[in-house]
Design a protein around this ligand. Sequence first.
Ligand code: RB5
Length: 149
Amino acid sequence: MKIALGSDHGGFDLKKEIIIYLESKNIQVTDFGTHTQESCDYPDYALKVAEEVASGNFELGIIVCGTGIGVSIVANKVPGIRAALCSDTFSAHATRQHNNANILTLGARVVGSGLALDIVEVFITSKFEGDRHQKRIDKITEVEKKYSK
Ligand code: RB5
């Protein structure tokens, strides 16, 4: 599995911890920035990760900002992206099973790193259940089509 990572300055430290965690599990990761703690604009990094996942270069993405909200809003503008902001492991499990979420967003100022790593672990190991959930995903795709130019 290949995972695309991104953050703004608010998520920079947590992203580094997530990368160390994933690499310790021999998971291939690519960090699309930011690469410093200097203040930056979260849409730039959220967009990059979302495009990489939407194009199929990466199976999953993880994006971190202060709240996880800004990057989630941006990522969900990209057709084919289903980004889920999770602050608990139940939601991380459910959003993979039911929504087939392909990007996890986290708020570094909301969750501690211990919980964040548990959420990451659950998100990357849980599987989409398909079946009745697929027709709901298809409806999400229809909404994207309706509003795309
Ligand atoms: C940056 O200060 C902060 O606005 C950003 O990390 C994020 O929380 C936005 O949603």
